[in-house]
Ligand binder design. Structure first.
Ligand SMILES: C[S@@+](CC[C@H](N)C(=O)[O-])C[C@H]1O[C@@H](n2cnc3c(N)ncnc32)[C@H](O)[C@@H]1O
Length: 170
């Protein structure tokens, strides 16, 4: 869904760099990807993955809630992959008190026709609180301005992640 709308010059944000899979994906679509994470390890892994794939992106060791310090141009898309860095410290998780300000700032920067994807993993400690906080905000966005859709498996065991896709309509 993001690939449908992103072209080379679009400013695009990866709000949660992690192992760099999403950063590399976005960097294959745009030359202006900005990616955030609060862990050195995420930057190291993403730098390596970008080099292996001959892609480039601007990697920032800071919280996505500070996006406005680094991005002052309109953005076409953003992706949040909530939760913790796999195979790493499960205590370093995304949290509502930083995810929501980041989302609000990115909604302000989003162009009409732009999209923000939030992949919501919530099976870990603290995950339910963040899931509920995000859902309560996105479900009250005005429908004339934003289309907000939820996509998720309905036959999966445990606590399967789901996707919230926001599109700015006007
Ligand atoms: C589920 S992982 C992201 C996976 C990643 N998109 C990938 O392709 O591998 C979540 C990441 O969010 C990071 N994170 C936690 N709080 C953050 C914050 N305030 N700003 C930016 N990243 C944060 C964690 O360090 C972790 O690496």
């Amino acid at each position: 869904m993001l690939a449908e709308i992103i072209v080379k010059d679009d400013v695009v944000v990866d709000a949660t760099m992690g192992q760099g899979f999403d950063t590399v994906f976005l960097a294959g679509l745009s030359d202006a990807v900005v990616a955030f994470d609060v862990q050195d390890l995420a930057l190291e892994m993403t730098e390596k993955r970008l080099a292996e794939n001959k892609r480039q992106a601007k990697l920032i060791l800071d919280g996505h809630e500070n996006v406005d310090k680094y991005v002052d141009k309109p953005i076409k898309a953003a992706i949040f992959n909530l939760g913790y860095l796999p195979k790493s410290d499960k205590k370093v998780i995304t949290q509502a008190e930083t995810t929501l300000p980041a989302l609000t700032k990115m909604l302000e920067l989003l162009v009409t026709g732009g999209r923000i994807a939030l992949m919501i993993y919530y099976g870990h400690e603290g995950g339910h609180e963040e899931r509920d906080a995000v859902l309560s905000v996105v479900s009250t966005l005005p429908q004339k301005t934003y289309q907000v859709m939820r996509y998720g498996g309905i036959n999966q065991i445990n606590q399967p992640p789901f996707l919230v896709m926001i599109e700015k309509l006007a």
